[in-house]
Design a binder for this molecule. Structure first.
Ligand SMILES: [Zn+2]
Ligand SMILES: [Zn+2]
Length: 240
């Protein structure tokens, strides 16, 4: 499906997504729990496609639905469930704008792998359980980043699942932060700081933002932006 079709499909189903997102937010309550849930749903989806439980069209539509509802639910969690509809309205353009173009490209690529036999439907030679999701997480879908070593880009079923996770599960953190940001702006906070985890995975950019300390509101890039950790960035933003 092309980007335009995806966008119009998403627009048509927007109020359904809003309703589903509220249910999700109510059910999982915290971003890490939502992320965990979405990771396992991503695996289920890819297995479903591989094991012929799901046809391509359904797979594609389900990934679109889950990408959008999990992003919306994350915004709700970031805003602590206040004014959910209004917040989702506000976040909707950035969710669609951030997620749909790369998602369209990613799905087209998957379809190509299937059509050309790189990914074989029914092929169970590689077990999901043996795949190291943690170490591969997030590192392979940074199409914008140049000069970093590329890992295999979804050419096996488990590696494909890992890429699905990058759309359906990992962005929950960024959209959770967006929710917090919207609330903090409305509360009139004047400053923000980015607090890095400072473990061995923290990149030098994140350490630099961390050492900068307090900055005027809106002046620091959000976690995952302006750093080499991208979607894996787990810096926290504090406001005052
Ligand atoms: Zn970083
Ligand atoms: Zn970071």
């Amino acid at each position: 499906m092309d980007l335009l079709s995806f966008v119009s499909m998403a627009t048509k189903r927007r109020s359904d997504y809003f309703a589903q997102a509220k249910t999700l937010a109510r059910k999982y309550k915290e971003q890490p729990l939502l992320e965990k849930r979405m990771r396992s749903e991503s695996l289920g989806l890819v297995k479903g496609l591989r094991d012929r439980l799901m046809k391509w069209d359904e797979y594609e539509r389900t990934i679109l639905d889950k990408t959008l509802t999990s992003a919306l639910a994350s915004v709700i969690l970031g805003t602590k469930n206040q004014k959910s509809n209004e917040r989702m309205e506000q976040a909707w353009p950035s969710i669609v704008g951030d997620m749909l173009p790369p998602l369209t490209k990613f799905l087209a690529e998957t379809k190509e792998y299937i059509d050309s036999g790189v990914l074989r439907i029914g092929d169970q030679t590689l077990d999901f359980a043996d795949y190291d999701f943690e170490s591969a997480l997030g590192m392979e879908d940074e199409t914008e980043s140049e000069g970093t070593t590329r890992k295999p880009r979804g050419q096996t079923w488990p590696a494909l699942a890992n890429r699905v996770i990058n759309y359906v599960a990992t962005p929950t953190y960024a959209f959770f932060n967006l929710g917090e940001y919207m609330v903090s702006r409305d509360m009139g906070y004047k400053e923000m700081r980015r607090v890095a985890k400072n473990d061995k995975k923290t990149c030098k950019d994140c350490r630099r933002y961390d050492s900068q300390g307090w900055a005027p509101f809106g002046e620091l890039p959000m976690p995952g932006k302006g750093c080499q950790c991208y979607a894996n960035c787990r810096c926290a933003i504090e406001y005052r």
